[in-house]
Write a protein that binds this ligand. Structure first.
Ligand SMILES: [Zn+2]
Length: 101
């Protein structure tokens, strides 16, 4: 199986566009991604039901990729190799050898 980055989702928040600026903090920092999405969906429904003059309500969050071996951010260099740690590079090259054999 080829090496792939671990993925996590962060910074879940609502963007509520109403007639004035709105401040929103993320109180669910320890919740799982699906739980966060469910909370956002619930809040969206509540906003639609109770708030007048709502132009749009949408969910936004950051998608973070990290190396499954060292936990650092996942990036590939110019040669298409992971740039975070030697273990990921070795694993990547090992998998490439298996594919070409
Ligand atoms: Zn790594």
């Amino acid at each position: 199986m080829p090496i792939t980055p671990k993925v996590r989702y962060e910074n879940h928040h609502l963007v509520v566009v109403v007639g004035h600026r709105n401040f929103f903090q993320d109180p669910w920092s320890s919740a799982r991604h699906e739980q966060r999405l469910a909370v956002l969906d619930s809040a969206i429904e509540e906003i639609k039901r109770h708030v007048d003059d709502v132009w749009s309500v949408r969910k936004e969050f950051d998608r973070i990729e990290e190396c499954p071996l060292c936990g650092r951010g996942w990036e590939l260099d110019n040669e298409g190799l992971p740039s975070c740690c030697v273990e990921a590079i070795a694993e990547f090259k090992k998998e490439a050898e298996v594919v070409t054999v």
